[in-house]
Structures are given as structure tokens and as C-alpha cells.
Design a protein around this ligand. Structure first.
Ligand SMILES: [Zn+2]
Length: 341
């Protein structure tokens, strides 16, 4: 009885690890995709990376449920599961109890999966309250002005987004650049981008902390920024104005962060990510303004997607299997049970 929960958790953990090994190459492929992909491709990648996660979670739960109710039919196919199944049933003869334990594990997985989006929701709500407390609304521009020196803008809120810009940014940019930044943030509000990111986080469930989910969410965020840039350019602004606003704000942020009082590690990390990201966005905007933006050929994009499809099939097959080391562990456990009194 005391071995029940540790054994169950070990089994679920090893299954997740085995399927995680399959997801890693998929995420590396996603990282290698060229920038400036179209929306359908982002969606396809979302499905390609989400599906193995769901398959893994589904197959682990399904296998566990089968073991709780009727282990024999499954036991014939997978020796490792047969060992575990008989071991578990020997420990807990009450089938109703086994089903309750699986329900509990499934509920715990769901709660763990919802923890991150819930935390994001809570932080965003708190953030919006604090920002609105100190900012002044400028209705003619459709923004809130925040009294901070850092050049920074954001769209806050999930259903009805509010646009905040700092006084530092308003002073730094000329009228055309400022209009471009506001158009970009208003595009986020109109497209409910914060909600889309939150739903994407929730969709990954408990696997949201795995490297692939993390890599995918970062790519999704980059795609969302590019789409908002494109929307802003279509609305009332020019691409070079938005590009120059991005570069100006990034330079000013770098100067401010060169301040020796700021913590060095945080400064370095913030910069490496931000500057590369800003450079990529600005380059895309300038290319678009020159009419030089061309998507990679369809054949090349499909060639990148094909390995992902193969990985999905592989994940579907291997997800419920524990690695050999875990199997031998279960075999030793069984041997120990046999040798017992
Ligand atoms: Zn943005």
C-alpha cells in the first residue's frame, strides 16, 4: 500500500520523460524555421507541437485507467506494463480504490497545468490595477500615460485591452513614431493577443514547463509581435517609423541599463533577448517597406513540417512506454514482491 503512490508517480514521470525526448527535436525544428512565417504556418506548428503533448498525457491516463479496471488485455502487449499492473493489483485488490487514485492523479495534473495561466491571469490583473492607479488617460490618443522614464509601451488586459505608454517613450519619439507604437499596441488590443497567449499556455496543460512548450510559446509571442507590426503598418503608420521607434527605444533602454546600479545579470539577460528580438522585427519592417520581404518557398516549408509529422507519429507510438531503466526497476520490484513473505 505504501508503495502505491510512489510507483504510480514514477510511472507517469518516466512516460513523460520518454515522450519529452521525442518532443525535443520537434522544438529544435520549430526554432530553425525562418522568421516572417504566415499565420497558418504558426497554427500548424502549434498543432504539431501540442498534439504529441496531448497524446502523451492521454495515453498515460488511458493506460493507467486500463490497469485499474482490466489489466489482462493490455498486459499481453507490453511486458513492462504487465509487471507494473500485476504489482499494483497485488498491492491494491480494490478496483474502485485504484480508479479513485487515477482520478486523483489526473486531477492533480489538470491543476498543475492550470497553475501557470492562472498565475499569469492574476499577475496581469494586479499589474493593470497598479498601472491604472498611477497613469493618466489620454482619450484622444486612446492610451494611458504612465509617469516613468523608461521608454516602454504595453497592452494590458485579456478581453478589453488598455494601451499604456510611458512619459519616457512619449518624450523620446517624434509624432509619427509615437503614432506607430500606439497603432502596434492597439492592434494587440483589437486582436486580443494576451488572451491568445493565455489560451496557448493553458492548452499545453501540465507539460507547459517542458522545453518544447517553452520554445513554442516564445515563437508564438514573436509571431504575435510581427502580426501586430503588420496590422499597425496596414492601419495608419509607416514601417520605417515603427522600425525607428523600436530601435530608439531599445537604444535608450540599453543606455539606461548601463547604469552601474542595476543588477548585472538581469541587465545582460534582458539585453540579449530584447536586442536580438528588436533587431529582427526592425529588419522585417524595413524589408517590408522596401518590398523585399519574400516568404521561403512552399516546398522548403513543407520539407520542414514533414519531420514534425513523423515525430507526432513516433510520439503516439512511444508515449506510454517507460525507458528500459524504469522497466528493469519494475522487474526488480516484482522480484522483490515474489521473494517477499
Ligand atoms: Zn507588441
Amino acid at each position: 500500500m505504501d508503495l502505491l503512490l510512489p510507483g504510480l508517480l514514477l510511472y507517469a514521470a518516466t512516460s513523460c520523460m520518454a515522450s519529452g525526448l521525442v518532443f525535443l527535436p520537434a522544438s529544435a525544428l520549430a526554432e530553425s524555421l525562418p522568421a516572417g512565417r504566415s499565420a497558418w504556418e504558426t497554427r500548424l506548428w502549434f498543432a504539431a507541437l501540442l498534439l504529441p503533448h496531448l497524446l502523451a498525457a492521454g495515453s498515460v491516463l488511458y493506460t493507467l485507467r486500463m490497469h485499474a479496471l482490466d489489466p489482462v488485455s493490455w498486459a499481453l502487449r507490453a511486458p513492462a506494463l504487465r509487471h507494473l499492473s500485476f504489482w499494483w493489483i497485488a498491492q491494491t485488490p480494490d478496483a474502485a480504490y485504484r480508479v479513485r487514485v487515477i482520478g486523483l492523479v489526473a486531477a492533480a495534473a489538470v491543476v498543475a497545468g492550470l497553475a501557470r495561466p492562472l498565475l499569469s491571469l492574476l499577475l496581469a490583473w494586479r499589474y493593470a490595477r497598479v498601472l491604472r492607479g498611477v497613469s493618466v488617460e489620454v482619450p484622444e490618443l486612446g492610451v494611458w500615460l504612465t509617469p516613468l522614464d523608461r521608454p516602454w509601451s504595453a497592452c494590458v488586459g485579456f478581453l478589453r485591452g488598455h494601451v499604456f505608454i510611458t512619459e519616457g517613450l512619449a518624450k523620446l519619439l517624434d509624432a509619427e513614431e509615437l503614432a506607430a507604437v500606439i497603432a502596434h499596441e492597439q492592434a494587440h488590443a483589437r486582436r486580443r493577443d494576451n488572451l491568445r497567449l493565455l489560451l496557448a499556455q493553458a492548452a499545453f496543460g501540465p507539460t507547459v514547463l517542458m522545453p518544447t512548450a517553452h520554445a513554442f510559446l516564445r515563437r508564438l509571442q514573436a509571431a504575435i509581435e510581427r502580426d501586430a507590426d503588420a496590422d499597425a503598418v496596414r492601419a495608419n503608420t509607416t514601417a520605417p517609423a515603427l522600425a525607428s521607434a523600436l530601435v530608439k527605444a531599445a537604444r535608450r533602454l540599453r543606455d539606461l541599463s548601463a547604469d552601474p546600479d542595476e543588477e548585472p545579470l538581469r541587465r545582460r539577460l534582458a539585453h540579449r533577448y530584447r536586442e536580438q528580438f528588436v533587431a529582427e522585427r526592425a529588419q522585417l519592417l524595413l524589408d517590408a517597406a522596401d518590398g523585399a520581404l519574400d516568404a521561403p518557398p512552399l516546398a522548403r516549408r513543407l520539407a520542414l513540417l514533414l519531420p514534425a509529422a513523423l515525430l507526432i507519429a513516433l510520439a503516439a507510438i512511444t508515449a506510454p512506454l517507460a525507458p528500459p531503466s524504469a522497466r528493469s526497476l519494475f522487474e526488480s520490484l516484482l522480484a522483490a514482491l515474489h521473494a517477499g513473505p
